[in-house]
Design a protein around this ligand. Sequence first.
Ligand code: ZN
Length: 368
Amino acid sequence: MRICSKCVLPETYPETSFDDNGVCNFCRSFRPFRPEPQAHLEKALKKARREAKGQYEVLVPFSGGKDSSYVLYLAAKVYKLKILSYTYDNGLLTPPSLDNIRAVTQTLGVDHLFFKPSAPLLMRLYKAALVCSGEMCGPCGIGIVRSYRRVAMAYGIPVVLQGAVPMEEGSGSPESIYDCARFRAIMETSGGVTKDELESFFMFPIRSELAEFIMLRFGKLPREIPLLYYHPRKSEQEVRDLLVNETGWKDMSETNLSKHFDCLAEPFTNYVREKRLGYSRRTCQYSNLIRLGEMTREEAVRRLQEEKPDEEPPCTNQVLERLDVPRQALDGVLRVPPLAYEENCMRKSRVLSMARAAKRTLKRVLGK
Ligand SMILES: [Zn+2]
C-alpha cells in the first residue's frame, strides 16, 4: 500500500492524492496552527458572565483525558471562571480515567457531576450501531452533545467549553457517525431499540436542522466554544507535564490503554477502523503530529509497527461481552463497507461532506 513520504497516511484515506515526491495533499496544504483572536474569546466569556442564570458561567464536559483536563485547568486557573464540570458516563469509562476525574476536580476545586444514561440502553445502542454500521462511537458522540446541552440548560449555563484540538483534526471516521438522522436509520434497521427508548436517549430531539440553527443563533441552546483553538498551542508533552505537575492528573497514554485511555473500547474501535477502512485513528493522529513538528516520521512508523493496529486488541472479548455481541458476529462487523449509511444523513451533513470533497478536489486540481 502506498503511504505518504512525509506523514503516514495511506492511499486508502478518503480524498488522498500524492504528488511526484509521494507527498500527500494533506501535508501539502498544511498550515501551522494559529490561535483565533483572544479578543473574541474574552468577549464571549464576558457575555457568559453576564448571562449566567445560576452560580456557574461555563460548563466543561470532562472525561478525565488529556484535552478536557487541559480545558478545565485553563478555565479554572487562567480564565478564573465559575465552572461546573460534568462527565458523560458512557458505561465504558476506565478506572484510570475515573481516578483522574476525582484527582483533577479535587485539585482544581471545581464542582463536578456525572450524567449517566441507562447502561443497558447504552449497550444496546452500541451493539446496534456496531453490528449494522461497523462503528460504535456514534451513539457516544451524539449522547455527549445532547447531555451537555441538557445539563447546561438545567443549570442556566450559557457556554460550554469544548476540548476539541488541532491534533485530532481529520482523525475521525470518514462517515458522519454523529449525524442524528443516520443514527435513527441504523437503529430502525437493527430493531433492537424501541422508538420510545430512542427518544429518551435524544432527551429533547430537534428534528430539523433549521430549528437547531435558529435555536443556536438566538441563544436558546448553550453556545459551544472550542477553548483550545483560542489558546497558543502547547506540544502534547508540554500539556502532559503541566497537568501532571499542576492538577494531579496521571498520564496513562503509554500503557496498553492507548491514547484515549478514558474509554475501555477505544483500542477495539481503533482495530475495527483499521480493518474496515485500512487506517485507524492512530495513523491520523501521528500524521498530524508529524505535520505539527512534534514527531518524526521514523518515530510514527516505529510506533505503528509496535502497536500493530490490525491485530485484535486484548480488550476485544470484554467489549463484545459488555455489548452482548456474539463472537461470531465480529467477522461481519469487520466487513461492513465504508459509508454504508451515508445516504441517510441530514441534509446539513451531506452538504458539508460534499463541500469538503469539492474543496479537496479543487486543491488537487490547482496542485496545492
Ligand atoms: Zn502526508
